[in-house]
Design a protein around this ligand. Sequence first.
Ligand code: ADP
Ligand code: MG
Length: 614
Amino acid sequence: MSTFQDLGLNEELLQGITDLGFETPSEVQAKAIPILLNEETDLVALAQTGTGKTAAFGFPMLQKIDVSSRTTQGLILSPTRELCLQIANEMKAYGKYCKGLNVVAIYGGSSITDQAREVKRGAQIIVATPGRMKDMIKRRLVDITKIQYSVLDEADEMLNMGFKEDITDILSGTPDDKNTWLFSATMPREVATIAKKFMNSPQEITVGHKNESTSNVSHEYYMVNARDRYQALKRLADANPDIFSVIFCRTKRDTQKVAENLIEDGYSAGALHGDLSQNQRDIVMKQFRSRQIQMLVATDVAARGIDVDDITHVINYQLSDEIETYTHRSGRTGRAGKTGVSMVIVSKSEVRRLKSIERIINKKFELKEIPNGMAICEVQLMSLANKIHNTEINHEIDKYLEDINTLFDETSKEELIKKFFSVEFTRFFNYYQKSKNLNVAAGDPNREGRESSGSAARYFINVGEKDGFDWMKLKDFLKEVLDLGRDDVFKVDCKDTFSFFNTEKEHQEKVLAFFTDYKHEGRFVNVEITEDKPSRGGRGRGGSGGGGGRRREGGSGGDRRRSGGGERRSSGGGDRRRSSDDRPTRSRRSDGGDRDKGEFKTTHSRSGRSRRKD
Ligand code: ADP
Ligand code: MG
């Protein structure tokens, strides 16, 4: 096994590598770095996500450029803003000891003048998305006529995203004698075409799957309304009684919240994220390893080092912004020759992102249905039956048997079994009996996946675009003043001088009470219940499909989770998941309501918005 030193990297880089904690080169690095360092050649490298491609081109580029010059010498094109930032940051970290190094990221959705200013300060390396790059070239804000090295990172993904023309345009303004290094997970025809067009007899390297066992992982997705995410998660857990899983959320806050909710609802769950102390994290990991915790809710960063075998399910509670992350997540299961399932809970608006992921993992997602309540009851019942069947008898009970037998003297075996199982079954049955179908049909036109549910109240409000609102601003405003959570205000329809919005009926009293004497910019804001049906473009078709059934079921919506949680917790039968770890969180429950509202208020409007955009 070679070392980074063997590959021919210089002292500055080796120092950076030590700081990063990289010990041995990955396969793609071991193969690419010596070629790129020692030869002036074009290169096509095929390697899956997570194999360390950034360093494979990053190290050689850093070593080869002249940091004492301010000329732009290296250009890295990557498909998304997130990747672009990630690569730029990695490059900066790799080149931490390369004095004078200046790496600049250029991507859409952020100030072009700021980026131009940074470039002007002298960027030896530019990491860019094709769209913004082209824009900046057109405006003469960058000069790439002297670059010596160009990288097409995630080339397949860039072409998938329709950047072919932009890439062609960009590269046509670069020197013919530069070297081009193309990195891709797959080699579709378009990539081969690009390679042919822009590269001179490139060398080729191919790297096998880093994680061979990923072939043991099946990939499933479940389509639900965004607001039903948590319910869906619980059902997935209930439908898999022996689940041992990592559940991924996007933010630390969501991670904590989901874990707390699960604990409140009686599951053996724990949170793992960066706001916890090292000690707390160690405790959680210890509990997880020893199976005291069945469901570990984690952020991507915190879960990075998890090397627990036998994880049965990875649940993507929310997809990460970077689609690459999915590979890291799903790789947590299906290890050591075992099979595993990677589940994704998506809302309608996110479903297209699965396509990009499919290309990376080279596998198809299977659309599955969130099991209905009765199916879950059955699973639970059979699981219990099996458990009882396999239970070793504890003879400590022998001494009580006489009394017990007397009690059941008149009871037949059949009846006894029925009664016995009813203890557990009734608990689940009561909880799930009126549960609704959480699945969203593929053809459902509701953009936010919101059903016209009978449990919602629709309001008229006498402010609109004239008052400086659009639907997003109004939604943020309402959430803020009413102290409501991210998904509590929906179907916001902003007109000229007035608007409409929905909340669940449970918030109706609060909403109306709040607006009895509220002034916005000196004017009384009037809110009334309205019968008006939503009328924003395309939404009118909302009630199609299984709407009728849902509407009926939706009526029982509201507090099921809470009461269900209460039931579960108070029921003694729940040994399989209850453990000592739900003690500390129970006491926190009383402030739960406030916590929910408070934290969503400040940040979620922002994250919600950025997601809508990408
Ligand atoms: P790819 O571009 O192939 O998807 P990345 O370059 O993003 O992969 O690397 C994936 C992760 O592995 C990153 O967190 C990176 O810091 C880490 N990594 C890369 N090379 C090594 C190495 N030799 N040793 C340890 N970690 C590495
Ligand atoms: Mg990469």
